[in-house]
Design a protein around this ligand. Structure first.
Ligand SMILES: Nc1ncnc2c1ncn2[C@@H]1O[C@H](COP(=O)(O)OP(=O)(O)O)[C@@H](O)[C@H]1O
Ligand SMILES: [Mg+2]
Length: 233
């Protein structure tokens, strides 16, 4: 049984259909990536998964139970955390205050402030700095740290490495692997294959609101030219 199953999902913005019968599953403790070019439907799928967008067709299952109608708060309590593309850092709060807010909102569990600082030492150095003084990489670490403080079983990450320098991406990849070793499943959204090939066990390629390819990392490497064509601009 999957931890999350989005089955045959149709999502609309008004009359415009953004997802057509999309099925994506994430197993317990798995890293799965959803790859596609700009406008393909990645954020739409992730927002539908956390309940921010309604399904007009299809179902959302969490641990096999139909949770299609659940609002984001309920899904958060069940253990799904969402780190959005724009990271939503509180600009006027310090790094530590941004983190403490998440501990108030989340579930109790192993992830606490100390472990977040262990995972991202840079955040500890910047603990007293205001949100609006952080670099892009620091903002992303803070956003991931905030998600973890809710003690999720599944972390939804929308383009976490977008616009970040290679060295920062390397640190984030190491952190995501560490988070996963602690038993947290990850649905990783990316626009290219670089990070998915390093981290994920399974991949979905989406374009025009439809899953165009799916398979394991070996299969992706074997079919790389065709997949690259689906996601290139
Ligand atoms: N709020 C919105 N209102 C109307 N259309 C939207 C909205 N958000 C996204 N779309 C459209 O839905 C499609 C998928 O968008 P999105 O899921 O954001 O793509 P991605 O995250 O892969 O770049 C695009 O055609 C986009 O223009
Ligand atoms: Mg997006």
């Amino acid at each position: 049984m999957s931890l999350l199953e989005m089955r045959d999902c149709d999502v609309f913005y008004g009359k415009a259909q953004a997802l057509h019968g999309v099925t994506v599953t994430v197993g317990e403790g798995e890293i799965v990536s959803l790859i596609g070019r700009n406008g393909a439907g990645k954020s739409t799928l992730i927002k539908a998964a956390i309940g921010l967008l309604p399904l007009r067709g299809g179902t959302r299952l969490f641990e096999g139970a139909d949770e299609t109608g659940r609002p984001p708060e309920a899904l958060g309590r069940m253990g799904i955390a969402f780190v959005p593309e724009n990271r939503r850092i509180f600009a006027s709060l310090s790094v530590e205050e941004n983190l403490r807010i998440a501990t108030v909102m989340g579930r109790r569990g192993a992830w606490d402030l100390k472990r977040i600082y262990g995972l991202f030492p840079r955040l500890q150095e910047r603990a007293a700095s205001r949100g609006d003084t952080l670099s892009g990489g620091e903002q992303q670490m803070l956003a991931v740290g905030r998600g973890l403080l809710t003690n999720p079983r599944l972390l939804l990450l929308d383009e976490p490495t977008e616009g970040l320098a290679p060295l920062i991406v390397r640190d984030l990849v190491a952190a995501m692997a560490e988070i996963n070793r602690e038993g947290v499943a990850i649905l990783l959204v990316e626009q290219n294959l670089k990070v998915p090939l390093q981290l994920a066990q399974r991949q979905y390629v989406i374009d025009n609101g439809r899953i165009q390819w799916e398979g394991g990392t070996e299969a992706l490497l074997a079919d790389r030219t065709r997949v690259e064509a689906m996601i290139s601009l």
